[in-house]
Design a binder for this molecule. Structure first.
Ligand code: HEM
Length: 227
């Protein structure tokens, strides 16, 4: 029993640390992506994408990031599985059905949906930029630096495929919801569970979650409405 608890606690701490690390990545990712809507020439976003693709520090960070995602996901699956085995089987009651939207009880479901989005997302952009190439990337990027036109690839998806706008808006909301619970929960797991601090952290988590949801959703909505 105690080994189960300590193993489970160890996994939770690991999930919290990787989760906080992923929030840092997403903050940077969102900030750079917002360049998409602040300069319709695409120059600002292309410069930022070029910097990210060529900077040696970022190149070192990329596999660490991938590892962070993988550990976070595998640990989540293991923890959920251990919890399911440890708890007696419950029958669906009205309460359980009504609580489907409560993020605290559904971090795993939310995380799985985000993972499904992530697979699609990696095929939309990363695979084309890093592996296969795409004619859209070869359009002149509007600067004298020789770089790929990432803006053209991203804007083309959001302007011409409304179904992807919908998917990306939903993904933004899911990420916001996931973080609005995950952020304070991570600190609680690490040991910061003083009542006053918890109140502040929960408030901050809601603000961060809302900012992520609005920020990510704003990008496809902008392209859909403007072009
Ligand atoms: C409007 C929303 C988004 C846009 C426009 C966007 C854009 C992009 C682009 C262009 C890339 C390729 C970067 C490169 O390799 O040069 C990328 C990669 C990536 N995105 Fe997003 N993204 C969005 C939302 C998200 C969300 C919500 C997540 C997380 C759930 C996410 C996670 C990632 C990851 C893990 C990568 C691969 C690592 C990297 O290349 O930085 N993205 N995204």
């Amino acid at each position: 029993m105690s080994s189960f608890l300590s193993a489970s606690l160890g996994r939770k701490v690991f999930m919290s640390v990787t989760g906080l690390f992923l929030i840092l990545f997403l903050s940077l990712h969102l900030t750079l992506n917002l360049f998409l809507i602040f300069d319709d020439s695409g120059n600002l976003f292309n410069q930022a994408a070029h910097f990210m693709a060529t900077n040696p520090m970022i190149k070192i960070m990329e596999p660490i990031l991938a590892l962070g995602f993988i550990i976070h996901i595998i640990w989540a699956a293991m923890l959920t599985w251990a919890n399911m085995k440890a708890r007696p089987q419950k029958y669906a009651s009205g309460d359980q059905l009504l609580s489907w939207w409560a993020p605290s009880k559904n971090m795993f479901i939310l995380g799985s949906m985000i993972l499904a989005f992530l697979v699609l997302h990696i095929f939309n952009f990363w695979v084309k930029i890093k592996l296969t190439g795409d004619p859209l990337l070869n359009h002149p990027a509007g600067t004298n630096i020789d770089m790929e036109n990432t803006y053209n690839l991203v804007s083309n998806l959001f302007i011409n495929y409304p179904v992807y706008d919908l998917i990306y808006v939903i993904a933004g909301l899911l990420v916001g919801l996931h973080i609005s619970h995950g952020f304070w929960s991570a600190f609680q797991t690490i040991g910061l569970n003083n009542i006053n601090w918890m109140k502040r952290l929960k408030c901050l988590a809601n603000i961060i979650g809302i900012l992520f949801a609005i920020g990510f959703a704003a990008i496809p909505i902008y392209f859909l409405l403007k072009f």
